[in-house]
Design a protein around this ligand. Sequence first.
Ligand SMILES: NC(=O)c1ccc[n+]([C@@H]2O[C@H](COP(=O)([O-])OP(=O)(O)OC[C@H]3O[C@@H](n4cnc5c(N)ncnc54)[C@H](OP(=O)(O)O)[C@@H]3O)[C@@H](O)[C@H]2O)c1
Length: 437
Amino acid sequence: MTPEEINTLWRSLSRLYPAWSLPIDMFVSPSTWRLLGADLSASIVKDRRARRVATALAAAPAEALPVMADMARINVWRTGDIFRTVAVGYITLPITLAALLSEAAPDMLRTAVMSNIGQTAYWVIVLAATPIVYFCGMWRAKQLQWAIEYYKTGAIQPLPEKASETRDEYKIPRHLNPTPAAPRTIRMEKTGRLKAFSSHMRVALFGASGGIGRALLDLLVADPHVSEAYAGARRPAAAAHSKVIPFRFELTDEASVADAALQISADGALDLVIVATGVLHDAALQPEKTWRDISPDAFARAFAVNATGPALIAKHFLPLLARDRHTVFAALSARVGSIEDNRLGGWVSYRASKAALHQVIRSCAIELARKNKTATCVSLHPGTVDTALSAPFQRGLAPERLFTAAFSADRLLSVIDGLSPAESGYAFDWNGARIPF
Ligand SMILES: NC(=O)c1ccc[n+]([C@@H]2O[C@H](COP(=O)([O-])OP(=O)(O)OC[C@H]3O[C@@H](n4cnc5c(N)ncnc54)[C@H](OP(=O)(O)O)[C@@H]3O)[C@@H](O)[C@H]2O)c1
């Protein structure tokens, strides 16, 4: 990490603990007021602020954690020293001075105090308040250090992407959800390793040239369970690893997808198909800010790439999934494709095309359940990821809300590894939580 990256991450963490807010959450935050008893860990691991620290650290590169822990330790040490200096300087010295003066010249001191009673009161308050401010700063520095240290132990979980992602808000009215047993979250481990699959996995990845696609390919290649990774792109790069077999396809050209299926099926059945393609903006398409921006061409483009393209891949690749073992077909979608979760409007064609993708996945999953009992078909939201697709829309986004492609890919593979046919047809986010349709 560069010094600039370190300082940016540090600032985003320390902003979570402003000194001024301490007196308020002395009363409202359990992690602050619960300071009695033998177990003081339970409250801090549930504390939203500590979990936001965990979210930021989970999204940062792995080497950031020890660096942030060191910075937090130094910060505690500095704020503690400054608090002690201020406390001694602001309280002890004036009191000592007043004591000496009252001994040496009591009348003069009394007259001076009585004739300037307003000013005297002002200075007494300032002298008493300043150490309190520094005390709050020191206490905040300690809280930040505790949050980082607890995260290091693995006890603190990152928050879901936004408050609305809490499980309770996912409760779908019963009349809209005839399958009450529908999964809410799925079992997943922290690292994206594919343990639930065969030990000689054959994987087909569409969109290997994209930001998330490249990161997925890196992880797939590094996974000992993967023996062949077919990497599809419009302009395939030369294979950088012996496991990688590049192939060409274009989503708007069904023949190219069919050819790819023919070529790949010649070597045997597949264990995993990931569709990591998608478009939000290009020369002909810009996300709409209002209904006035809606255009048939933009709609056609968004649907061709985000809905029809993955549907064609499903058509040609679902039949290639092995029938005798655990297999998964996963298409990258977006939370904004959720109709129920749409609270902002805008981005009409992108939202609509991703909602259509959810419907494609649901329909295919129902048919797949009849034809292949061990297969699972889902759509996945990768989080907001730092790629060319999101680049124009990252302004104002808190750093902890923007994932690296490597982090997102790791989480997506963890989610994929935790899937079972019971989850088929649904949409899940990078954290394994179900996204309402
Ligand atoms: N990044 C985010 O914050 C974010 C958030 C939510 C959801 N997602 C979803 O995650 C997926 C991957 O996004 P990303 O961020 O990795 O985007 P990206 O870096 O722009 O990659 C998009 C990929 O799609 C491919 N593609 C686009 N049009 C195609 C076509 N007509 N035929 C074949 N391939 C085509 C691109 O190929 P070329 O390299 O040839 O252009 C590229 O490989 C998308 O479905 C996106 O909607 C991303």
